[in-house]
Design a protein around this ligand. Structure first.
Ligand SMILES: NC(=O)C1=CN([C@@H]2O[C@H](COP(=O)(O)OP(=O)(O)OC[C@H]3O[C@@H](n4cnc5c(N)ncnc54)[C@H](OP(=O)(O)O)[C@@H]3O)[C@@H](O)[C@H]2O)C=CC1
Ligand SMILES: N[C@@H](CC=O)C(=O)O
Length: 360
């Protein structure tokens, strides 16, 4: 039986769903000859880690307790009562994680999985400087980040398959935000923008700060990840981004709570007018990402209701890929592009995909 040790950095909606899925898939994984050993879980305040990561793992009872207390808003240290776990504060946890990673890399092997295009859960090496990016991708077999774009949709793997077979991709057009897809299709039905953004947050679609979504930066980072995958050596600053809120409502000017309570509703009228104007032309609004050569843009477009992007509803993402092999009719990838379940499924599939790196 192959053992894969995991440390979860983050235990919010996606992290907890991943734990549930790991537990419920145990019989399936056993049939496949794989055992997933969770040896550590971190949140923004602390790291809970097994006393000996090589020989001891969290049992399923402890994993369920972690989910329960995190859902109730309690902190991880409440669980460090037995001698089987140690707890570290956030100031110590980065060093501890690096130590454990070093330990695991020398003994069982180590791979990195990232599902974060936008949040601050970890540094953002996929979207920071080219220098950091080059270092990260220098071991492609050890890196998986499928859920950074399109949540559980097979976006990265499909592009990699095209590229590795020598196909050349000339254009990608898509709607890459579950939040903005949901918001744009709901405002079409006459619901106020502020109300649907709040619902998107409750449904688990938004980033912890929904301004990451509304400001276009979440989509811009996804676009950057795809553009770099295509070989374009560009940075986030090269991407033209349209924001749906003004600078005066930015994170430097107000907290998330203030934005949700007082700022958001001030945007309702403007969005309603834009939706009405589009409707009078028989069109709808969609937040679209275009990557063509080194041109990379994200912003609102008015599109025919009966176009692939116009027909999108709910949190669905769609990606049209035009290449030498898919010249007239693009390769289209479509489906739920946000949500804890689909994202956690994407992360779990990434874990299973790298199992060959680990010895039995
Ligand atoms: N939800 C979705 O549809 C999708 C999400 N993603 C990505 O998945 C990630 C998780 O999303 P989601 O679960 O929805 O977000 P949540 O806000 O529900 O959870 C985020 C978790 O990360 C923890 N965290 C924050 N900062 C740190 C840190 N410095 N070190 C360790 N842990 C930290 C938080 O800690 P605490 O509990 O203390 O606040 C929390 O447990 C995000 O990066 C998001 O971009 C990707 C695709 C889709
Ligand atoms: N906030 C993101 C979540 C997935 O990346 C989105 O809305 O698409």
């Amino acid at each position: 039986m192959k053992s894969i040790s995991l440390i979860l950095l983050g235990c919010g909606g996606v992290g907890r769903q991943l734990i549930h899925n790991i537990i419920s898939c145990r019989p399936l994984h056993a049939k496949q000859g794989v055992r997933l050993r969770v040896v550590g879980v971190a949140d923004s305040e602390s790291l809970l880690v097994s006393s000996d990561v090589l020989t001891m793992e969290f049992d399923d009872h402890l994993l369920s307790e972690i989910c329960r207390i995190k859902l109730n808003g309690s902190s991880l240290p409440t669980l460090a009562t037995s001698g089987s776990c140690q707890v570290f504060s956030s100031s110590e946890s980065t060093k501890k994680i690096v130590d454990i990673a070093g330990h695991l890399v020398r003994s069982t092997g180590l791979a990195v999985l990232d599902c974060s295009a936008s949040s601050d859960t970890i540094e953002r090496p996929l979207t920071s400087s080219m220098e950091d990016y080059d270092k990260l991708v220098s071991h492609p077999r050890r890196l998986r980040h499928e859920s950074t774009v399109g949540a559980g949709l097979p976006v990265i793997v499909s592009i990699n398959r095209l590229l590795s077979s020598g196909d050349s991709i000339c254009l990608i057009v898509g709607s890459l935000s579950g939040t903005l897809g949901y918001v744009m299709s709901e405002v079409e039905d006459g619901k106020p923008f502020s109300q649907v953004v709040k619902t998107a947050k409750i449904l688990g679609y938004t980033e912890p700060d929904p301004r990451d979504d509304l400001g276009g930066m979440d989509v811009a980072r996804k676009a950057l990840i795809l553009a770099r995958l295509l070989g374009h050596r560009i940075n986030l600053e090269s991407i033209k981004v349209e924001s749906l809120y003004p600078k005066e409502m930015g994170p430097k000017a107000m907290s998330v709570e203030e934005f949700l309570a007082n700022g958001l509703s001030l945007l309702d009228d403007n969005i309603e007018q834009r939706v009405r104007k589009a409707a009078s032309n028989g069109n709808v609004l969609r937040y679209v990402c275009v990557i063509e050569g080194s041109r990379c843009e994200v912003g609102i477009q008015e599109l025919p209701k009966n176009s692939p992007l116009g027909r999108l509803s709910g949190s669905d993402n769609v990606l049209e890929i035009y290449s030498r092999c898919y010249k007239e009719q693009p390769l289209v990838i479509q489906g739920a592009g946000a949500g804890n379940d689909t994202t956690a499924a994407g992360v779990l599939a990434d874990v299973l995909d790298i199992q060959d790196l680990f010895s039995s």
